[in-house]
Each structure stands twice: as C-alpha cells, then as structure tokens.
Design a binder for this molecule. Structure first.
Ligand code: FAD
Ligand code: NAI
Length: 476
C-alpha cells in the first residue's frame, strides 16, 4: 500500500461526506476526505450539491426573490410605499455566490480545525488487500492514499429527459436554474416536485411567466393530501401554472428558446414554447469515476450503492451514505448517516430514525412534514385521530400578514401517540422541529397540547392543532 495511510478515507465532501469526516476525526481517527468539486476559479469547493448547486444557493435566491415580491406586493399593506422598485439580477446572483463561498470556506476551515487531510480531486478505487483499500486521487491533487475504512458519499446528479440533454443554456438542470442571467419572459419546468416548485417560485417572483408540467395526475403525491391541496390553492393564486397528468413528447431547441410538445391530461396535443426550460424530474445516484468494479462494490438496479440498514456495503469496511444510497435525497439524512457510520466504525451504536426525517419545501407558503400522512394511515388500516388549526386564527400570523395554511396532527386513536405532523404556512420550516422532537420522544398529541408556547407566536398553531386532536381548540 502507498505511504499516505489513513484510518478512514471519505470519498465526497458533501453534507454526508464532510460530516462523516468530522465525526470520525472527533472519535480520534486519522481521516482523509477527497472531493472533486471546483469553484469558478478551479479551486476546491467542498459542500457538494447541497452547498454549490442545491440547498444553499436555492435558499439564497428564494430569500432574495421573496424580498422582491414583498416589496412589490405586500409592503403597501403595511403602509410602506415603494417607488421605483427594480431588480439587479447580477447582484442577486453574486450575493448567492458569496453565500455559497462562505459555506465552502467554512468547510475548509472545519477540515483544518479537525485535522482532516483534504484532497482536491477525484477518488477511485485502485485495489484492496488485507490492510484496506488503495484509493487513487486524480485532478488538482495526484495521490495514492489508503484507508482501513472507506466511506463513499458521492451524491447524485440531475436526471435528464432522453432527447433533451442539459446544455445549461436553454435546457437547465438545477445547476443552470440557479444562474439564469436575465429573467426569462417565459419559463417552463418539467416535474412539479421539490425543485420544480422552489425554482418555479424564484423565477415567477422575479417576473417570469412560469408553467410547470407534471407527469403524475396528483399534485405532490408524497405530501398529506389536505396540505397539498391547500398549497396548490396558494400557488394557483400566485399565478404559478401547474399542469398535472401530462405526457411529455418531443422537446425541440430553437435559436432562442425551447418548444415542448406534450399531451394534456384530457388527451389533447399541446405545445409549450418557452425561453428557458428547467428539467426537474428527480436525481440519480452518482458513482461516475469511482471505479466500483475494481473492488466489486455492488450497485442496485437504480445505480445506487447497495447498503444494509447500517450503511454497510457488500465489501468489508466499505460504507456508503447520502444520495448515493437508498432513502430520501436530503442533506440532513446524509448528515445523520455520516455521523452514524463514523460511530459504527468506532464500535458505537450509530442511529438514524427514518420515521422522523423531516421534509421541507421552501416555497411560500412553506410546506413541512414529518411521519405518516393521512392517506398512508388509511392505507395501512391504522386507527387515528386528526386535528387541524388554521394560521388564519393565529395572532402572530395576522400580525405578519401571512395567514395562509394550517398545522395538522395525526395521532393514534387509542394511545394518542403522534404519528405525523403536516404543515403549510409561514415559517413552518422552523416549526416542524418541535414535531420532530415530539415524535423522537414518542410524545402524545396531549403532551404538546399541555406545553406552554410563547404568545404571540406561530408555534401556538402547533399547540392548537394538538388540542384539536381532542376537539378542544381554544382559539378556533
Ligand atoms: P452531494 O452533496 O451530492 O456531495 C457529493 C460530493 O462528492 C460532491 O461534492 C461531488 O463532487 C463529490 N464526488 C463525487 N464523486 C467523487 C469522486 N469519485 N471523487 C471525489 N469526489 C467525488 N436537501 C435538503 O435537505 N434541503 C434542501 O433545501 C435541499 N435543496 C436542494 C435544492 C436543489 C436544487 C438540489 C439539487 C438538491 C437539494 N437538496 C436539499 C438535496 C441535497 O442537496 C442532497 O440530498 C445532498 O447534497 C446529498 O448529500 P451527499 O453528501 O450525499 O452528496
Ligand atoms: P422530485 O422527485 O421531488 O420531483 C420530480 C417530479 O417530476 C415528480 O413529481 C415526478 O412525478 C415528475 N416527473 C418525473 N418524470 C417525469 C416526466 N417524464 N414528465 C413529467 N414529470 C415527471 O425531484 P426533483 O424536484 O428533481 O428534486 C430531486 C430531489 O432533490 C428531491 O426529491 C429532494 O430529495 C431533493 N431536493 C430537496 C429539497 C428540499 O429539501 N427542500 C429542494 C430541492 C431538491
């Protein structure tokens, strides 16, 4: 084996990989992390999809575009009249890039602080023997390193539509969607999932006429139906056009736009002409360049690395986490698996509870949930009680001028244990944490109903929805 030997080599520096590296270093291991992401100057940009073209830049643009929309449409209600409102899109994008860089730099600092050896380049499996695995690093760093334990955290890539490959100029993945240099007059999106709704919202708020084409007949099928219906009403009101149940046909790129032929839910042949098209139809696990074959690392039929409940692959001491394995493609899920794997390497009992992984869609209103939906409970035959409370009846929401939506609790009919909490409304990305904590501690709806919540706060809607399970709301 080579001269640079590590206890743990982490391949990929996204939220799964860099967190696994930090936790392993905290546990006393000699750790290396290899990540190939480059910034615009060719330098290292750790943080993966999440930091560079995902969670962080999308939330930066969601915030900026929300400010623009509020200044244009909501400030007047507060008696604030804005004249001469204008948009400096270059500055908005530059701010987003600065936020990304702060996060990249933060991770490089954390590597130093935790004495993790960082290699900027692509890692691939070279060979294995009884002492561990040899990893070849190519790119900015040309090295051969070896590790007793390998953690693969190579993430995912955007799925393209056959015949409509991404050029990032007219046909955009999440990457191009985050750096359109001028607001398109007409923007099309294929896929009304999380990216479709978030990026559609950004560009609609900035002035684009947005149409989202969705293949399934149901809007946000994984979300509790009542919540999805409420969210759809709000999006319709905003003018975000969402067509469900379409079948996409030929996609033609012209000199200055894209033409999408599709069949509507009613079976009619339609064409949508747009200046730019974002394709957001899900993501595929990424094992490109990993040379998994060299050591016989098993992949499943989706191309994901096959792992058991503990993130163990088919190879001894090789683990895989995050988007490259089964389960939801979420940054916090990747992080939880990263911590758990480092602890398992140390012989501890790392733990990830998939039932309490929260989901948030950062639209306006925001959508957030944890646990089971009402349709899932019905399908499983579990007896449950439901309680809802509208933000319309919440004093803080009225003061904010943001009363769309509700909080909904689902609890076991007999034991009152909370089985799911679903929210659509203002700042529910923050409110959902209380529900996650409650479910982790196997709380009952009554437990939440008996807790003192600050007044006036949006969190009172959570308490009231818990009271509603027992049909005893106080303010509605
Ligand atoms: P990644 O973040 O993809 O990181 C993998 C890293 O490995 C990359 O840096 C890659 O360059 C590197 N790599 C790959 N192969 C190699 C190799 N052979 N050698 C060296 N390096 C390699 N999730 C949320 O929870 N909240 C959100 O708000 C959210 N918003 C999103 C918005 C968008 C537009 C997108 C696209 C995704 C969003 N996600 C969000 C999902 C989230 O980004 C992913 O779930 C998360 O990044 C997965 O983390 P990961 O560590 O598994 O992989
Ligand atoms: P998605 O799975 O959320 O949505 C994809 C949508 O495209 C689905 O509604 C699907 O029915 C539709 N679709 C698929 N094929 C189609 C076709 N041929 N024609 C028309 N519609 C089609 O995937 P998305 O939005 O690409 O995001 C990928 C993942 O990234 C998410 O699932 C999520 O895990 C993560 N993400 C998380 C965010 C968050 O946590 N806030 C934000 C953005 C992404």
């Amino acid at each position: 084996m080579s001269n640079k030997q590590f206890d743990v080599v982490v391949i990929g520096g996204g939220p799964g990989g860099y967190i696994a590296a930090i936790r392993a270093a905290q546990l006393g291991y000699n750790v290396a992390c290899v990540d190939e992401w480059k910034n615009s100057k060719g330098g290292p940009a750790p943080g993966g999809t999440c930091t560079n073209v995902g969670c962080i830049p999308s939330k930066a643009l969601l915030q900026s575009s929300e400010h623009f929309e509020q200044a244009g449409h909501s400030f007047a209600d507060h008696g604030i009249n804005v004249q001469g409102l204008s948009l400096d899109i270059a500055k908005m994008l530059a701010r987003k890039d600065t936020v990304v860089k702060q996060n990249n730099d933060g991770i490089l600092y954390l590597f130093k602080k935790n004495k993790i050896s960082f290699f900027h380049g692509r890692a691939s499996f070279a060979k294995t023997d009884e002492t561990g695995y040899e990893i070849k690093v190519t790119g900015a760093a040309e090295e051969s390193i070896s590790g007793k334990h390998i953690v693969v955290a190579t993430g995912s890539n955007a799925r393209s539509l056959p015949g409509a490959e991404f050029d990032e100029e007219f046909i955009l993945s999440n990457d191009g969607a985050l750096r359109i240099g001028a607001v398109p007059k007409k923007l099309g999106l294929i896929g009304a999932g999380v990216i479709g709704l978030e990026m559609g919202s950004v560009w609609r708020r900035l002035g684009a006429e947005v149409t989202v084409l969705e293949g399934l007949p149901t809007f946000l099928g994984a979300v509790d139906e009542q919540i999805a219906k409420e969210a759809k009403k709000a999006f319709d009101k905003q003018g975000l056009k969402i067509e469900l149940g379409v079948k996409i046909g030929e996609i033609k790129k012209g000199a200055d736009g894209v033409s999408i032929a599709y069949t509507s839910a009613k079976g009619e042949a339609q064409t949508l002409d747009v200046d730019r098209l974002i394709v957001s139809i899900g993501r595929v696990p990424n094992t490109i360049g990993l040379n998994a074959e060299a050591v016989g690392l098993a992949l499943d039929e989706r191309g994901a690395i096959t792992v058991d409940d503990e993130c163990k692959t088919n190879l001894p001491n090789v683990w895989a986490i995050g988007d490259v394995v089964r389960g939801p493609m979420l940054a916090h899920k990747a992080e939880e698996e990263g911590v758990a794997v480092a602890e398992r390497i140390a012989g501890q009992h790392g733990h990830v509870n998939f039932n309490t992984v929260p989901w948030v869609i950062y639209t306006h209103p925001e959508i957030a949930w944890v646990g089971q939906t009402e349709q899932q409970l019905k399908a499983s035959g579990r007896a449950y009680k439901a309680g809802t409370f509208p933000f319309l009846a919440n004093g803080r929401a009225r003061a904010l001028g943001d009363t769309t939506g509700m909080v909904k609790f689902l609890a076991d009919a007999t034991t009152d244990e909370i089985l799911g909490v679903h929210m659509v409304g203002p700042q529910v990305s923050e409110l959902i944490s209380e529900a996650v904590v409650a479910m982790e501690f196997k709380a009952s709806a009554e437990d939440i109903a008996r807790i003192c919540h600050a007044h006036p706060s949006l969190s009172e809607a959570t308490k009231e929805a818990a009271l509603a399970v027992d049909k005893r709301t106080l303010n509605f």
